[in-house]
Design a protein around this ligand. Structure first.
Ligand SMILES: [Mn+2]
Length: 191
């Protein structure tokens, strides 16, 4: 089965449209799954601590046009959690923290420990392949080290453990194609 995985949209209409078009063009039968941080929270981390009932329109970058683009399941990101915190609304509680797909797991990534230079500690994850986002830095990890990749070139994964940082929709227009039958991962980038 083919999966098209995208995350860190941060409310960008143009970048999200470009990525969804690219998915339709390159993998029209793939199941699309989101990695969270769909929306951008307008309130910073520090300020958010003291707030609890501000209106949704103030808390989040939002448009009907953007919402219409979100026709796929997704996990919850830290932006969704912060929007819920500052509004006091349960808006994104229906988004799960993890989604299991064939041979892999999907999680936003803010739940991991990260080093100060944004290296994730993936030892905490049991799944053979984990897809995540959060740092806006597309990368393939094997045993804690980054492996080289080229956009559009399938990578055949061995029967071992891997971490795949899918990158970000916002600004980078990145997404990942995962084929669970072939056990391949292809980093993709829309124009
Ligand atoms: Mn994030």
């Amino acid at each position: 089965m083919q999966y098209a995985i995208l995350g860190d949209l941060h409310s960008s209409v143009e970048d999200t449209k470009a990525v969804l078009d690219d998915i339709r063009l390159n993998a029209k039968n793939a199941e699309i799954i989101g990695l969270g941080d769909l929306y951008e929270c307008r309130i910073g981390k520090k300020k958010a601590k003291a707030l609890n009932s501000i209106p949704f329109e103030e808390a989040a970058e939002y448009s009907d046009e953007f919402k219409q683009l979100l026709q796929f399941p997704s996990v919850r990101g830290n932006q969704e959690e912060r929007i819920m915190k500052v509004t006091g609304l349960d808006l994104f509680l229906t988004l799960p923290e993890y989604i299991k797909i064939e041979g892999a797991e999907i999680i936003h990534g803010h739940q991991f420990k990260w080093s100060s230079d944004w290296k994730p500690f993936l030892e905490q994850i049991d799944a053979s392949i984990v897809f995540f986002g959060h740092s806006h830095d597309a990368a393939l990890y094997r045993k804690g080290t980054k492996k080289a990749f080229q956009y559009g070139q399938p990578i055949y994964l061995k029967n071992k453990k891997y971490g795949v940082n899918v990158g970000a929709v916002i600004e980078n227009r990145e997404w990942c194609l995962y084929d669970s039958d072939d056990r391949t991962v292809t980093f993709m980038k829309a124009q």
